[in-house]
Write a protein that binds this ligand. Sequence first.
Ligand code: NAD
Length: 350
Amino acid sequence: MSVFSHPEFDNHEQLSFFCDEETGLKAIIAIHNTNRGPALGGCRMWNYASDEEALRDVLRLSKGMTYKSALANLDLGGGKSVIIGDPRKHKSEDLLAAMGRFLERTGNQYIAAEDSGTSVPDLQVMNRFTDNVAGVTERTGIDGLPCNGDPSPATAYGTFIGLKTAVQYKLDRKDLSGLKVAIQGVGNVGYRLAEHLHAAGAELFVTDIHEEQVQRAVTELGATAVSQNEILSLDVDVIAPCALGAVLNDDSIPLIKAKVVAGASNNQLASQRHDLMLRERGILYAPDYVLNAGGIIDVFYERVGHEHTKVRAHVETIADTLTEIFGRADVQDRPTGEIANELAEERFMK
Ligand code: NAD
């Protein structure tokens, strides 16, 4: 397994491999870049098929966090950690405690947050052994309601702000009343996004692999249920991917009728060239990691002192960043994802 010559290696500052024989913990922590501050990123637990797969994931995801925090104008760098194992079978309090002790050894250069396969209670166990954990404190959430540390409400609000900005830019409309939006995945973020859109008068079309999630949106928000296969090709104004990655690909893009893609899920583009493909089809792609930065903004404020109105105001700056990206993309006739990466690099490279 190569590291320095690995295709996903991007001059990462530090890679640490941990093994705890007693609990079976095998974990990797990757710190991509700390020019703007300590690296913050999720701790993922996943049943990786190989060590190689885990390494690839942690290298790629930690780099993504550097770009996300830089574009969100946070004094944070990018990092990520992965625990190798099935969260349903291999997770135990002892294993999480061992992870907490490992986090303590990174010398405050990496701060872990919740991710796939880990939860707020898991992070609270790690927090007993280290301060290098975020998103674990009960506080007033972005909406003024009590929050247990879950960043989803902030992520959903940021996505809503981003979607509105994209609609205003592309469709020249401020009022979302009657706007047709198709949401793929009405989970933690997608459902809350649907609530914001419903309150703003949008007409919703939703799908999910869990029927009860769909039914909730139909009953509570008057959404129309559609099949998983047709969600991205509906005749709507906006599609909002909020479920999984790589949904913007060679098969889906030619079928998209919407003029705007603005959703929360990570890594929506199957590959970088799909960025250009969307532009060539006249579809405005709001880069996913710009839209879904609300969560990391929320977690950042938890660490520095959390006045929820300040968090909300910071999340709303997603609109300014997006407007800058859309403007540059048009002036230079280049795809928005490429411009977003370039702008992030301007903000984190010395
Ligand atoms: P979630 O698991 O709560 O919701 C995802 C939903 O998508 C679930 O209801 C799931 O059933 C559904 N789904 C899965 N596969 C599907 C498919 N093929 N078609 C339709 N629906 C499908 O997750 P979440 O926290 O809402 O996150 C959604 C996305 O946003 C993820 O990509 C996540 O990485 C990203 N994101 C989330 C946050 C956050 O704060 N939660 C922050 C940044 C990015």
